[in-house]
Design a protein around this ligand. Structure first.
Ligand SMILES: O=P(O)(O)OC[C@H]1O[C@H](O[C@H]2O[C@H](CO)[C@@H](O)[C@H](O)[C@H]2O)[C@H](O)[C@@H](O)[C@@H]1O
Length: 267
């Protein structure tokens, strides 16, 4: 059960001193979502560009603490959008993780679904080509069907095409996001499991460490849940009435401000 009402959450910028005091005598690590957190939501996913301000803060932070990006995007795609080599990147909602010093993890059971995702991608691209604005984005371990640019009257058609395709595969399940419906492996693996995997792999789990996660969407709740008692979870905006987050930022501009202030405090 989610514990915090979004509207009652303390604001992360207004309470930055409290957050900084929680980091004292601990070693922080920082986990960031991409879309809706580091970049504003835009109609073309390829146009979600990291600002110079955020890039500068991330460079500064990565010189001091471990920084990881955990995204629903394909890992290679989000890594090229950020363009920094010394970060950990977890793509496809955590199924595909790489990082410095040869860090490389593909969530094994997910690989069995790759031929099914190939087939579904081919079918969906063919059928959805007839719906103006619909877009199929293949990530290694998921497919996002975008309907942000689809006429309202056609959205239900897109949804039923995706449901029909999903119905063909027992080992794929539906995932929801901001104006996307996803086809994902029907497995118990998500951003929260990936976050835990990274914490354990890098030995960042003990009481002397304190992880921070910032995210904006329903898929980010899995990561926020992991940190609800032993970390700092920040939700961006209010995707839902309740959340596992402990703090809130209202939008991506506030995330930029928060990252800049965090970098200044830690350096
Ligand atoms: O986990 P994230 O890094 O936040 O990725 C979630 C999805 O983000 C992208 O889609 C969203 O952002 C697009 C660009 O702003 C927007 O056009 C779309 O409507 C949003 O759903 C990305 O394209 C997806 O693959 C990610 O799953």
């Amino acid at each position: 059960m989610k514990i915090n009402r979004t509207k009652d959450l303390p604001h992360a910028l207004k309470n930055i001193n409290e957050i900084i005091s929680k980091l004292e005598n601990k070693i922080p690590s920082l986990f960031l979502d991409y879309d809706g957190t580091l970049t504003p939501i835009v109609s073309d996913p390829e146009k979600a560009i990291l600002s110079e301000k955020n890039k500068k803060s991330i460079i500064k932070l990565a010189q001091i603490i471990q920084v990881a990006v955990i995204s629903g995007r394909d890992r290679a795609n989000v890594a090229s959008k950020i363009g920094l080599e010394n970060l950990i990147y977890a793509g496809s909602h955590g199924y595909d993780i790489t990082g410095p010093n040869g860090l490389d993890m593909q969530y094994g059971p997910g690989q069995e679904t790759l031929p099914l995702l190939d087939k579904a991608e081919e079918n969906l691209k063919r059928v959805l080509a007839e719906i103006p604005g619909a877009m199929v984005e293949r990530k290694k371990y998921a497919i996002a069907v975008h309907y942000r640019n689809v006429e309202d009257s056609k959205v239900e058609v897109v949804q039923s095409i995706v449901n029909k395709e999903l119905g063909k595969y027992n080992s794929l399940k539906e995932g929801l996001g901001k104006k996307i419906i996803e086809l994902k492996p029907d497995l118990d693996w998500h951003k929260g499991k990936a976050l835990n995997w990274i914490l354990e792999k890098l030995d960042l789990h003990s009481q002397k460490y304190i992880p921070i996660f910032i995210g904006d969407d329903v898929t980010d709740e899995d990561a926020l849940e992991v940190l609800k008692d032993d970390g700092i979870g920040i939700i961006v905006g209010n995707h839902d009435e309740t959340t596992y987050a402990n703090y809130i930022l209202d939008n991506t501009d506030e995330v930029s401000e928060f990252l800049e202030q965090l970098a200044d405090h830690l350096s």
